[in-house]
Design a protein around this ligand. Structure first.
Ligand SMILES: Nc1ncnc2c1ncn2[C@@H]1O[C@H](COP(=O)(O)OP(=O)(O)OP(=O)(O)O)[C@@H](O)[C@H]1O
Length: 260
C-alpha cells in the first residue's frame, strides 16, 4: 500500500533500468516500486550487482530510468529538463558519498556552505551552529579536507547535507571508507537527524551494523525488492543477507568498497 503523497519524500514506481542491448543486456532495475516516507531512515541492501546504486542514483536524479517514474515530494522527475534537475538536486536533496566529495581547496566551513552559496541562500545561523555543535567539528571549520581525518571529512560532508535542510538526504555507502568508530559517529548523526530533526535519510550500505541504525531495511536482489524489515538488529540483517547471498541467481555479496 502506498502512503498519501504529502507523507512521501521520494517514490519509485515500477522503475526499470536496462543497460546495454541484446546478449549483453542487464536489467539493473526490474520494476521497483517503493515509497520513502518523510522522517524515516531507510537502508537499501542487497548482493553486489543487485541494483542498489542504480536505484539510489535514479531516486536522487543522478541517473534516469529506462521506464517507470520517480518523484521527490510531489515533483515527478520524469519530464524535468537538465536545468530543472540540477536545481532540484541543489535545493531539495542532500548527498553524502563514500568518497566524501569535498572540495580540497576550500575550508570545512566553505565546503559546508557551498551548496547554499551557489544557490545564493544564507545559512540559518542557529541551525548551522546546531549542526556543527552536534557533529563536533566547531574547532575544525578553518581546516582544509587534507588536514582532517576521514571521519572528520565525512562529518563535514554530513554537515553540508544537513545545513540546507533538504527534503531528503541520500547516502551512497556513507561509511564505506571509515573505521568502525568513525562509522558509528556518522551513523549516529544521520540517526539523530531523523529522530531529533525530522530529516528523511536513505542510504545504500553493505554493512548490517550500519543498516541496523535505520527504521527500515529494503533488500534488493536481481533488480527487485525482495524483502523489507522494520527496526531489525544487525544479526537479523546479517542472517537475511546470508540467505540472499546463497540464492543461486544473486550475484554474490561483496564487501568491496564501491566508488560512485
Ligand atoms: N553503466 C553501466 N553499464 C552497464 N551495466 C551497468 C552499469 N552500471 C551498473 N551496471 C550493472 O547493473 C547492475 C546493477 O548495478 P549496481 O551498481 O546498481 O549494483 P549494486 O547493488 O549497487 O552493486 P554493488 O553492491 O557492487 O555496488 C549490475 O549488474 C551492474 O553490472
Amino acid at each position: 500500500m502506498t502512503a498519501p503523497p504529502t507523507a512521501v519524500a521520494a517514490r519509485a514506481t515500477d522503475l526499470k533500468k536496462i543497460y546495454g542491448t541484446g546478449d549483453t543486456q542487464v536489467h539493473a532495475l526490474a520494476g521497483v516500486t517503493a515509497d520513502f516516507v518523510r522522517g524515516e531512515f531507510t537502508a537499501i541492501m542487497g548482493p553486489s550487482g543487485s541494483g542498489k546504486s542504480t536505484l539510489m542514483h535514479c531516486l536522487a536524479g543522478l541517473d534516469t530510468a529506462s521506464s517507470g517514474s520517480v518523484s521527490i515530494g510531489d515533483t515527478d522527475l520524469t519530464n524535468l529538463t537538465d536545468k530543472q534537475m540540477t536545481l532540484l538536486r541543489r535545493d531539495r536533496i542532500g548527498f553524502v558519498f563514500q568518497s566524501f566529495n569535498l572540495v580540497p581547496t576550500l575550508t570545512a566551513k566553505e565546503n559546508i556552505t557551498l551548496p547554499l552559496d551557489i544557490a545564493g541562500r544564507k545559512a540559518d545561523q542557529h541551525w548551522f551552529d546546531t549542526v556543527i555543535g552536534r557533529l563536533g567539528i566547531a574547532d575544525r571549520l578553518g581546516h582544509r579536507p587534507s588536514e582532517l581525518s576521514g571521519g572528520q571529512q565525512q562529518r563535514v560532508a554530513c554537515a553540508r547535507a544537513l545545513v540546507g535542510q533538504p527534503e531528503i538526504i541520500f547516502g551512497d555507502e556513507p561509511t564505506g571508507n571509515l573505521d568502525s568508530r568513525s562509522s558509528g559517529e556518522v551513523l549516529s548523526i544521520l540517526r539523530a537527524a531523523v529522530s531529533e530533526f525530522g530529516q528523511t535519510v536513505v542510504i545504500v550500505t553493505h554493512d548490517p551494523r550500519a543498516a541496523s541504525y535505520a527504521d527500515r531495511v529494503v533488500f534488493l536482489a536481481d533488480g527487485q525488492i525482495v524483502q523489507e524489515l522494520r527496526n531489525p538488529d544487525a544479526d537479523e540483517i546479517f542472517e537475511y543477507m546470508k540467505n540472499l547471498d546463497e540464492t543461486p541467481s544473486s550475484g554474490g555479496f561483496s564487501q568491496a568498497p564501491k566508488e560512485l
